[in-house]
Design a protein around this ligand. Sequence first.
Ligand SMILES: Nc1ncnc2c1ncn2[C@@H]1O[C@H](COP(=O)(O)OP(=O)(O)OP(=O)(O)O)[C@@H](O)[C@H]1O
Length: 198
Amino acid sequence: MKGLVFRNLFFHKTGPINLEIKPGECIGISGHSGAGKSLFLRAAADMDMHSGLIYLNNVESKQISAHQWRKKIGLLPAESCWWFDTVGQHFKSLNSNDLLKSLGFDPDVMEWEISRLSSGEKQRLALLRLLANQPEALLLDEPTANLDTANILQAETIIKKYQADNNLPVIWVSHDKEQIKRISSRHFFMDKYKLSEL
Ligand SMILES: Nc1ncnc2c1ncn2[C@@H]1O[C@H](COP(=O)(O)OP(=O)(O)OP(=O)(O)O)[C@@H](O)[C@H]1O
């Protein structure tokens, strides 16, 4: 099946998760702090121990290298990682000019030191870097948590456009129930090691 499919996924103390997210579909996940939402996304990206099967567009995660899988699956963690000194070094060879403009950045942002970025700037640039890598699915861990209202709506618009243009399956973790209503077609709740549809 096309899309993102989990069969008997177990990770940490959670499972089994059996779930199908169709191409172009976005599901929202909320839940108490510490419920395991981030661990679910990390397991889906093959970054943590898990058992069970994960398919993206009929490719099973173990059929390809972990590196190839993580490139395809597009995880945006709650806290982004920056390992070079400047923004531009993280965007080398990525065609991101249109994306930069769409989130209100001037091209000179590429010269900026990472240490001067605000948490909201880091979050928006991490989103741009993710999309510039052209993933085939999006796993978004509170992608707008550090943004003001205008930037939240702008980021939502960009993510939804990327999702629609590329017909992608998306998992969007958020504590904001109103946001989940805006961006997803199905709402799940994670609690006590279980993922349930509301
Ligand atoms: N590597 C690990 N080993 C053992 N336990 C872990 C590990 N990483 C996270 N945990 C625990 O697993 C639980 C779920 O963590 P997780 O980060 O997935 O929560 P969350 O639902 O994303 O919470 P929040 O909404 O606060 O971000 C927490 O109790 C956390 O302490």
